[in-house]
Design a protein around this ligand. Structure first.
Ligand SMILES: Cc1cc2nc3c(=O)[nH]c(=O)nc-3n(C[C@H](O)[C@H](O)[C@H](O)COP(=O)(O)O)c2cc1C
Length: 210
C-alpha cells in the first residue's frame, strides 16, 4: 500500500506544525493512502558526529543508535512520500529536525540514495519571520536526495497552540499540498520509481583516514 511518513520536528506534539501536518495527511488518507507520523521534536536527538562510520559500514543506519533517527531513516526508505514539519526557531528548523537532516542525509549518500524519486514537501509554523528559510532547509534535503516536490511548501502563521487553525490561507494550502501529493502518488505510473536508475553509493563523499 502507498504510504506517506510525516516527521514532526516541533516539541509541541499537538501544536501548530502538527495541525499543518495533520491537514496534509487528512487529504492523503481521503485518497486511500496510508500515513504515519513520527514525533521527533522534544525527544533526545544527537547531531551528526562526523565520524564517517556510515561510509565505512554502509549498512543503512547511523552508529548512534539510541535515539529515533535510525527509526526515521528506516521508515523514510520504506515510504513513498515524506513530509518534514518544523516550527521556525531562530529563523530556521528546530535542532531535532536539523539533526535528522544531517544524519539521514549522510546515511542516504552512503547507501546509494534510497530516497531518490520519492515525493516530499515541508510544513512550517511561524509566528512572524523566517518561514521561507525554514522551509528551504527541509526542501533542500529533498532536493539533495533527488526527490520530487509538488509545489510550494506549507506555511502556517501562529504563535500559540491552535493559532494556525485561524490562518485560512495556510490551512487551505495544506489541503492543496495533500491533494497534490495524493495525485502524484496515485498516478505513479507516470513517475515510476523503477525507471530511475539508482546511482551507486556516493563515492565523492570523504573517506575516513586510516
Ligand atoms: C526557541 C523559539 C524560537 C522561535 N523563533 C522564531 C523565529 O525566529 N521567528 C518566528 O516567526 N517565530 C519564532 N518562534 C515562534 C514559533 O515558530 C511559533 O510559535 C510556532 O507557531 C510554533 O509552532 P509549534 O506549535 O508547532 O511548536 C520561536 C519559538 C521558540 C520556542
Amino acid at each position: 500500500m502507498t504510504k506517506v511518513l510525516a516527521i514532526n520536528g516541533s516539541p509541541r506534539k499537538d501544536g501548530n506544525t502538527s495541525t499543518l501536518i495533520r491537514t496534509i495527511l487528512g487529504e492523503l488518507e481521503k485518497a486511500g493512502i496510508e500515513t504515519e507520523t513520527i514525533q521527533l521534536g522534544g525527544k533526545k536527538v544527537h547531531g551528526c558526529m562526523a565520524c564517517m562510520k556510515c561510509f565505512e559500514n554502509r549498512d543503512g543506519k547511523c552508529v548512534i543508535d539510541d535515539d529515533l533517527v535510525n527509526t526515521c531513516i528506516k521508515k523514510m526508505v520504506k515510504a513513498d512520500g515524506i513530509i518534514l514539519g518544523s516550527p521556525v526557531y531562530f529563523l530556521d528548523v528546530t535542532s531535532e529536525m536539523k539533526a535528522l537532516i544531517d544524519r539521514a542525509g549522510f546515511i542516504s549518500y552512503a547507501n546509494g540514495h534510497p530516497l531518490q524519486g520519492k515525493i516530499g514537501n515541508a510544513a512550517v509554523a511561524v509566528r512572524r519571520a523566517g518561514a521561507s528559510r525554514t522551509a528551504d532547509t527541509m526542501l533542500h534535503f529533498f532536493l539533495a536526495n533527488d526527490m520530487l516536490i509538488p509545489g510550494l511548501p506549507v506555511i502556517g502563521i501562529g504563535r500559540d497552540i491552535g493559532d494556525v487553525e485561524r490562518d485560512e490561507e495556510g490551512i487551505g494550502h495544506a489541503h492543496h499540498v495533500g491533494q497534490m501529493m495524493a495525485r502524484l502518488l496515485t498516478h505513479f505510473d507516470r513517475y515510476p520509481l523503477t525507471a530511475i536508475t539508482t546511482p551507486s553509493t556516493d563515492e565523492r563523499m570523504p573517506k575516513k583516514k586510516k
